[in-house]
Design a binder for this molecule. Structure first.
Ligand SMILES: Nc1nc2c(ncn2[C@@H]2O[C@H](COP(=O)(O)OP(=O)(O)OP(=O)(O)O)[C@@H](O)[C@H]2O)c(=O)[nH]1
Ligand SMILES: [Mg+2]
Length: 333
């Protein structure tokens, strides 16, 4: 199950108490204070892990508590520190403090970490308070309390390029042909219900991440269809790969499809619509596709359109080359 939002409660461990104790032995009945300090409480840490793709674990288990520090003990024994809890989250997870709505971290790189709840500090044992004027202190301090807070996690997938198109346009067919991932393909709309990430391997051995996202339809920005819940996953992409069903398998006019898609993107976010776009005419194997493409080009003069048949694997390489150019041209800037 794909989950891109979760609310969790994190509590760090409390610090252990300092110990009050005096050393006593037969030969040394007043050996002096020997109470050790308490251990520090464990932290709750969040770490980005590229092997994860969803926040779904956090829906099932929304509460986390790190270990408390042990109390100090006699013989100057320091209490053991509490164990940290490490919460792994997918790349692209944004961590907000639920109450203040402040963004605490945007975990975009593999291994990136943030302490989301700091453990309490261990208290001091009575041996710490020994002085020239007080040889037998009874004073100790308690450990401090571990931090506790509610967090809102929000995942926005990290990809270099996102597939945008109507349902059934062939986005999943394309990603399955161009990468090693298999995204479910079927002849009914909204087959893809959650983003799927694939890796594009270019000829020069560089790589890019491509995201297949659920199809957009007119009104998506108003949440029609699967709506803009998924448009947010396009936000971080450097470029958009717009796939048009040029065979008009679902009896729509491809020229109109393109206009609607641009409009949906712009209604969601102007900046998103202004992003670099690669336009692909899919299903060129279908009978009407050629004529439709001619009409399409007549309407959108000067627009580069790459004809492909994702199903037959024709033209995939041209698109992959184009993606490479767009992404790496971008990086040089
Ligand atoms: N003839 C033909 N059919 C295609 C081509 N590409 C995809 N299809 C078919 O179109 C239908 C939809 O393909 P998908 O790849 O699932 O489409 P999608 O854009 O991912 O659809 P959603 O996930 O619903 O948004 C399937 O029946 C595919 O077999 C193509 O190049 N030619
Ligand atoms: Mg799909």
């Amino acid at each position: 199950m794909f989950v891109d939002k979760a609310k969790i409660q994190v509590t760090a461990g409390d610090g252990g108490r300092g110990c009050c104790s005096f050393f006593r032995a037969k030969h040394n009945p007043k050996g002096g204070p020997d109470g050790g300090d308490g251990g520090d409480g464990g932290n709750v840490i969040m770490r980005a892990d590229r092997n994860l793709a969803t926040l779904c674990d956090y829906i099932y288990q929304p509460q986390y508590k790190a270990g408390r520090g042990e109390h100090g003990s006699s013989n100057q024994k320091h209490g053991r520190n509490g164990e940290d809890v490490i919460l792994r989250v997918p790349l692209g997870t944004m961590v907000f403090d639920d109450e203040s709505e402040v963004l605490l971290a945007d975990l975009t790189e593999e291994g990136q970490e943030i302490v989301v709840a700091k453990g309490g500090v261990g208290g001091l044992g009575n041996s710490r308070f020994k002085s020239s004027t007080n040889q037998a202190p009874r004073r100790v301090t308690p450990g401090t309390v571990g931090e506790s807070r509610t967090l809102l996690l929000e995942l926005k997938v990290m990809a270099d390029i996102a597939l945008v198109g109507y349902p059934n346009a062939g986005k999943s067919t394309f990603i399955s042909a161009a990468t090693k991932v298999h995204s479910r393909i079927a002849s009914y709309p909204f087959t893809t219900l959650a983003p799927v990430l694939g890796i594009l391997d270019f000829k020069d051995y560089s790589k890019a991440v491509i995201a297949d996202i659920p199809g957009l339809i007119e009104g998506a920005h108003r949440n029609v269809g699967l709506g803009h819940a998924f448009l947010k996953h396009v936000e971080r992409c450097r470029a958009l790969l717009i796939i048009i069903d040029m065979g008009a398998m679902d009896q729509r006019d491809p020229r109109n499809d393109y206009a609607v898609l641009l409009n949906e993107l712009a209604s969601y976010d102007e900046e998103l619509a202004a992003r670099e776009k690669i336009v692909v005419a899919n299903k060129m194997d279908l009978p009407d596709a050629k004529a439709n493409l001619t009409k399409f080009k007549r309407k959108y003069k000067g627009l580069e359109v790459i004809p492909i048949s994702a199903k037959d694997g024709i033209g995939i390489e041209d698109v992959v080359d184009k993606i490479h150019d767009v992404i790496f041209k971008d990086q040089e800037r």
